[in-house]
Design a protein around this ligand. Structure first.
Ligand code: GLN
Length: 461
């Protein structure tokens, strides 16, 4: 019998449907792998009992002929999504004892579709980082080379998918945090258009940028899972009322006649498979068009000013009164200070201090407003490009995973780390990464075309 944990999500669902194995079988196999590979530190919290209960319930539903779109599939959840009754930490000491009383909308949709919860995965603290080194629970390792980081911030999810410790996982992006670790761990990742997936119950980092998304072994798997997570939610004021597109049936492997833009600014540094990929797309019948995105270089700065400004506001709620850990003090102010000093790690504190400055009277005028203006110019780059082309194509992260040591010494601050990822977060357009490290970005709401092209990109051998 094939190893159940080697199967893709599509293959797993098919096998379950054909009664080749049960959800309990496949869940048990994943739980065993999770135990064997604990040294990777991909999970912060494992939930084996819950997983087996959910798997049994799924098998019973199937026996009665009821099957949701994710029926019986064992998945992992980034520890930024609130899960009712299951500790949710954002990889921070300040939330290390937080057990939510409610469920995030996107995870609820996954459970309603029959998915099984294996546990909560590691991330950079409050999703701030690109390597999981800022996690209070320690760094996650890259399964392809354990001396290296998995990327981040959704590094625990990426490592878990790549090491067959779950069939797929949720992630979140604020500035590339799904595509970055997907690229470092050689798996697929997708971030939908801002507003497609509800942010309700997702621990807030920077609200105008945060988006839930998925990491899986193939683009087809990403399409399957994200389709379930999308949809309007009245509890998120920025959630779109648009109908959820049929993403899986749109994967027709046909890109003939499609116009694919190659942004000059995204090809300054390219991986080894780049030229081959361009030829492959031409052979598949696409027309490659050179485009220019002149404000790409500024995206990093804009991202940091805006995200830190929003983060300082969002993280003000952790004051030792209502949530998580409290450190006592002689006065109320002292209690706040002690709690926040002991509860947050250095990176998060740095970002909040800068964010407070960027949103102060002077900082707002000198930094925050100019950043918002630049954000509009970046948006215009995309609008202009999409007048000429259907999608944009580029490498996701053109560099190889750095070692844990290099990451600790600031390697993630390097210029090519997330330059090609941040502009699409600032503008909210859909973007994804195939399991060969190549990226496709699309028009607002055109998630279907991004996935369709990525699915073809993944055919390249
Ligand atoms: N790497 C970026 C950062 O350090 C992006 C993080 C994210 O998308 N959550 O903030």
């Amino acid at each position: 019998m094939t190893n159940l944990t080697d199967l893709t999500l599509s293959q797993t669902l098919k096998g379950l449907e054909n009664k080749e194995f049960s959800s309990v079988d496949v869940t048990t196999a994943y739980l065993k792998n999770m135990e064997d590979k604990r040294r990777l530190n991909a999970y912060i919290t494992e939930t084996p009992e819950i997983a087996l209960d959910m798997a049994k319930a799924s098998d019973e539903r199937r026996a009665k002929g009821i099957a949701g779109k994710m029926e019986g599939a064992p998945i992992a959840i980034k520890d930024m999504f609130c899960t009712k009754g299951i500790r949710t930490t954002a990889a921070s000491r300040i939330l290390s004892n937080f057990v939510p009383q409610f469920e995030s909308t996107t995870t609820q949709k996954l459970w309603d579709a029959g998915a099984v919860c294996l546990g909560k995965t590691n991330t950079d603290e409050f999703a701030m980082g690109s390597s999981t080194i800022t996690s209070y629970f320690g760094v996650t390792k890259n399964p392809h080379d354990e001396t290296r980081v998995p990327g981040g911030s959704s590094g625990g999810s990426a490592s878990a998918v790549a090491a067959n410790m779950c069939v797929a996982a949720t992630g979140t992006e604020t500035g590339g945090s799904i595509r970055h670790p997907a690229s470092f761990c050689q798996i697929s990742g997708f971030k939908p258009t801002y507003g497609r997936c509800s942010r309700y119950g997702v621990i807030a980092y920077a609200s105008s940028l945060d988006q839930p998304g998925v990491l899986a072994r193939s683009v087809e798997d990403c399409a399957r899972m994200i389709e379930v997570m999308m949809g309007h939610d009245e509890r998120d004021a920025t959630s779109s009322r648009r109908e959820v597109p049929d993403l899986v049936s749109g994967l027709d492997k046909n890109i003939k006649g499609m116009k694919i833009g190659i942004p000059k600014e995204y090809t300054e540094l390219v991986p080894e498979n780049w030229e081959k990929a361009l030829q492959f797309l031409k052979d598949e019948g696409a027309e490659l068009v050179d485009v220019q995105m002149p404000h790409t270089e500024e995206a990093g700065m804009v991202y940091y000013v805006i995200s830190q400004g929003e983060a300082t506001t969002n993280l003000a709620r952790y004051d030792g009164v209502r949530y998580g850990v409290r450190e006592e003090g002689k006065t109320l102010d002292e209690m706040y200070m002690n709690t926040r000093m002991a509860g947050f790690g250095q990176e998060v504190r740095n970002r909040m201090i800068l964010g407070t400055f960027f949103t102060s009277a002077k900082g707002y005028h000198d930094y925050f407003v100019p950043a918002q203006k630049m954000r509009s110019l970046i948006k215009q780059d995309f609008d202009k490009a999409f007048e000429k082309v259907d999608v944009l194509f580029s490498p996701a992260v053109p560099i190889k995973p750095f070692t844990i040591e290099e990451a600790k010494n600031g390697a993630a601050k390097g210029r090519f780390n997330d330059n090609y990822l941040m502009p699409s977060c600032l503008t909210g357009v859909p973007a994804g990464c195939a399991n060969n490290g190549l990226q496709v970005i699309g028009r607002m709401w055109d998630d279907a075309t991004v996935l369709k092209v990525l699915d073809v990109v993944e055919m390249m051998k």
